[in-house]
Design a protein around this ligand. Structure first.
Ligand SMILES: NC(=O)c1ccc[n+]([C@@H]2O[C@H](COP(=O)([O-])OP(=O)(O)OC[C@H]3O[C@@H](n4cnc5c(N)ncnc54)[C@H](O)[C@@H]3O)[C@@H](O)[C@H]2O)c1
Length: 262
């Protein structure tokens, strides 16, 4: 992809499976990548695996001082910031039973953390003549899912945040877009299915047109595209990377009308 080479990118949540794939795809395109995560062991492992041009900076995105240290550390190491991927998330969610503390924690990571990271990167992007921000929304932003209130609300907020940010940062030459992945092979799926990808695909098949979960690399390619020069006229948009999940209706892929004649 044009426009990624020699750019400096920060990926929050880069220590996990999807985040690591995003970091790897940006790195493969020639970007220098900073992985910003609270998971020190995972973050260092991902950075070491990528090698030269990649580093880990321990960062809790709910803490302004750590955000500042991450961004200033990135600028000190690489001379600036061009790309920010707001990928870190919290899955804390007990639906109706969630406490005020749960709500505050969830929104602090999923929404406010992304805002504060963007705010801290903005002056450095302006100094480079512009930049690109990609926020992580989700299929969960637009549908009701049983027992889930906090996470979908946060992801819906991210979709709106993307439009607001795109509007106000356009004058700075900063494009802001989001991706909405469908079910993607990730840490949670790996843990819940005990590493069983075939079973995970089978569970996801009825509600993804393509009949499987996505690969982390497929999500990463969408992110890289939105960061690249190929997306130079795209801002304020959401890119579904969901195997057709959001285009499918309640009838799923099963002919429903013939049921009337049975
Ligand atoms: N897994 C899916 O199927 C799926 C579907 C749609 C959207 N998404 C989105 O993709 C992104 C990655 O999801 P995932 O399933 O890989 O999540 P994950 O839980 O595996 O990873 C989240 C990462 O964020 C980090 N993190 C958490 N709190 C943090 C904080 N305060 N500061 C810095 N880092 C913090 C974690 O350490 C972890 O590395 C998320 O934004 C998620 O909403 C995932």
């Amino acid at each position: 992809m044009d426009g990624i080479k020699d750019k400096v990118a920060i990926v929050t949540g880069g220590a996990t499976i999807i985040g690591a794939a995003v970091a790897a795809a940006l790195h493969a395109g020639g970007a220098r990548v900073v992985i910003a995560d609270i998971d020190k062991e995972g973050g260092e492992r991902v950075a070491a695996g990528l090698g030269e041009g990649a580093r880990f900076i321990a960062t809790d995105i709910t803490d302004d001082a750590q955000i500042e240290a991450c961004v200033s550390g990135t600028v000190a190491a690489h001379g600036g910031v061009d790309i920010l991927v707001n990928l870190a998330c919290s899955y804390v969610d007990d639906g109706l039973e969630s406490t005020r503390q749960d709500w505050n924690q969830s929104l602090a990571v999923n929404v406010v953390g992304a805002v504060m990271m963007s705010k801290a990167c903005r002056p450095h992007m302006i100094a480079r003549g512009g930049g690109a921000i990609v926020n992580f929304s989700s299929i969960s932003a637009k549908v009701a899912q049983t027992g889930r209130w906090l996470y979908p609300v946060g992801k819906a907020a991210v979709a709106q945040l993307t439009r607001s940010m795109a509007m106000d940062l356009a004058g700075d030459g900063i494009r802001v877009n989001s991706v909405s992945p469908g079910w993607t092979w990730s840490r949670v799926m790996d843990e819940l299915s005990q590493g069983n990808r075939a079973k995970t695909d089978k569970v996801a098949a009825p509600f993804h047109m393509l009949g499987r979960v996505g690969d982390p690399e497929e999500v990463a390619q969408g992110v890289v595209f939105l960061c690249s020069a190929q997306a130079s006229f795209i801002t304020g948009a959401d890119l579904p990377i969901d195997g057709g999940y959001s285009a499918m209706g309640p009838e799923q892929g099963v002919p429903a009308i013939p049921l009337l004649a049975q």
